[in-house]
Every structure is written in C-alpha cells, then in structure tokens.
Design a protein around this ligand. Structure first.
Ligand SMILES: Cc1cc2nc3c(=O)[nH]c(=O)nc-3n(C[C@H](O)[C@H](O)[C@H](O)COP(=O)(O)OP(=O)(O)OC[C@H]3O[C@@H](n4cnc5c(N)ncnc54)[C@H](O)[C@@H]3O)c2cc1C
Length: 266
C-alpha cells in the first residue's frame, strides 16, 4: 500500500474500520508520514479537502475533522454509509494491483483456520439482536438440581440467550451482547457491542435486557432503528430507542419471535 501510494500520489486513501483496516491504515500512515481519520461516519469535500465526521466521547458528540497532511487516510465505519444513487454520467477506472510481496518477506504465516461459531457476523449484519444482564433474570425458570448459585445464573442466562438467538434466527440477524453479559460468562467476547467491543451500525438493533450504559451506546448509537425491550421504564436505552417495549423479555421475546415468524413466512 505504501509503495503504491508513493507511486500514484493519491489525495485520499479509504479503509474500512475493521481490525485489519485500522491496523493497515495506521501502518501506511506511519510509512507516508501522514495522519489517519479513524471510524468516520460521514464525508464531504470542502476547499478541496475531505471534511470527515466522526463520533467522539463514546458517540455523545460528532466531531468534524480534516487531515492536513497528504494523503488523507480515512477509515470508514462499516455500514454507516447508504449506497449512493447510481449516476451513470460518472465514470471511474478500477485498477487491480496484485500484492507484490515476496513469500520470504512475509514475517508471519497462516498455518490453519478453526471454524468460528456459525451465524451472521456482527460487522456485516443488517439486523442485530443483543442481550444484556437482563437475559439471566427469570427467577421463574427452575434450574436442574445440584447447581450452585453461579451455575444457576449461567444456566438461566443461556436459557435467556436461546430466546435472543431464536429471534435472531427468524430475522437472519447477528447476536450481540453487553459487556455485563460477556463479563459474567453468558456469551463469548466476540459478541460484545460497545466502547470496548464492536462498533456496529445495523439497520435495526434490538436490545433485550440492556440498560443502555454510555459505553454500550458507543457501539450501537449509529444504528438506524433501535428497539428496546426492558422491564424498567426509566432505563436509559429508551431515550435512544425508536420503539420501546416496557416488559419482561421472557414474555415478549417468544411472542415477538412467533409473530414475526408468521408474518415473514406469509
Ligand atoms: C471502561 C469501560 C468500558 C466498557 N465497555 C463496554 C462495552 O464495550 N459494552 C458494554 O455493553 N458495556 C461496557 N461497559 C460496561 C457498561 O458501563 C455497563 O456496565 C454495561 O453495559 C451494562 O450491561 P447491561 O445493560 O447488560 O447490564 P445492566 O446495566 O445491569 O442492565 C440490565 C438491564 O436489564 C433489565 N432487565 C432485567 N431483567 C429483565 C427482564 N426479565 N426483562 C427485560 N429487562 C430486564 C434491567 O431493567 C436493566 O436495565 C464498559 C464499562 C467501562 C467502565
């Protein structure tokens, strides 16, 4: 990338805000002695320069930034941009450049893959159904005999996450989680949404039993439609939700899943 950029002198280089995209953008910027505008959610051109918008302070504020050095390296938040209207008067040229790295220059080698959990990935998902600490809160669920208190909590949470997964299955959605759910061992870290998890921008984000702490909001605030299911009407998540259901997720999720299954199959 650095070699190509030195050869062609582009004004702007765009990467996706993925782990690899961030890493590559930073390394190319060091090579080219320029800066990076990371995790951008909107772009305009002003006075010949890119004016980028990026959420800061956990998404509480949107800052407008420019990169004063050239090339302007920018990482774009995945799914934050709608596909543009097709304008057939505009033309462009796509040059495919093979990666010119000799085998013996590669310092690390991929020795194999292990299959991850099946299901839709959070980064690509148009719809995400997420569960929080509330998914373990169903005292009416009778655990199998012989479990200690900690085991009962995990068992209850796993029963709760089955409801989250069922709804996700009907909607072709990915399953997300709050950090409280991840830290308590209900679900692996790869599902965590938020400041220290993944930042997502799906068309619809359904938060089940999640209070909506600022660090969680940092990861899902730019979702297009937010739906919250929570039994506490004062939960902060309702302040950002387009649709809110005040109630027990253990009653609501099965009803919602069945109803959507019927509607989507007819
Ligand atoms: C540095 C730092 C980084 C962090 N990073 C992240 C992050 O990346 N992602 C993240 O999520 N958090 C993060 N956190 C933690 C964050 O502050 C919150 O503690 C966490 O998001 C709370 O998760 P929760 O909403 O699942 O749990 P809680 O805040 O405990 O909320 C549980 C909710 O479930 C509801 N509920 C309970 N039972 C039911 C039921 N039966 N039906 C319906 N609703 C029910 C309750 O009313 C409550 O609102 C971070 C914190 C710090 C300090």
């Amino acid at each position: 990338m650095s070699g190509l950029a030195s050869e062609h002198q582009p004004e702007v280089i765009l990467f996706p805000t993925t782990s690899r995209g961030r890493e590559l953008a930073a390394m190319v910027a060091v090579d080219l002695k320029t800066g990076v505008l990371p995790d951008v959610t909107d772009l305009e051109v002003q006075d010949g320069k890119v004016l980028a918008t990026r959420p800061v302070y956990g998404g509480k504020l949107l800052s407008k930034v420019v990169c004063n050095a050239m090339p302007q390296i920018i990482t774009l938040r995945v799914r934050a941009f709608s596909p543009p209207e097709i304008d057939s008067s505009r033309t462009g040229q796509i040059d495919q450049v093979p990666a010119a790295v000799a085998e013996d220059e590669i310092k690390s080698k991929v020795s194999g893959y292990t299959e991850g959990q099946k299901g839709v990935s959070l980064n690509d998902a148009a719809v995400i159904v997420s569960g929080g600490r509330g998914v373990s809160n169903n005292p009416a669920l009778e655990p199998p005999a012989g479990m200690d208190e900690g085991e009962v909590e995990i068992w209850r949470a796993q029963e709760g996450f089955k409801l989250v997964r069922n709804l996700a299955g009907v909607l072709g959605a990915a399953v997300g989680a709050s950090r409280a759910a991840v830290d308590a061992g209900y679900i692996p870290y790869e599902h965590q949404v938020g400041q220290t998890g993944k930042v997502v921008s799906p068309d619809m984000y359904i938060a089940c039993g999640i209070s909506g702490a600022i660090q969680h909001q940092a990861g899902m605030r730019t979702s297009k439609v937010i739906v919250a299911i929570n039994k506490d009407p004062e939960a902060p998540i309702f302040k950002m939700a387009r649709f809110g259901v005040v109630g027990d997720l253990f009653e609501i999720l099965p009803l919602l899943t069945e109803s959507l299954k019927t509607r989507l199959s007819s």
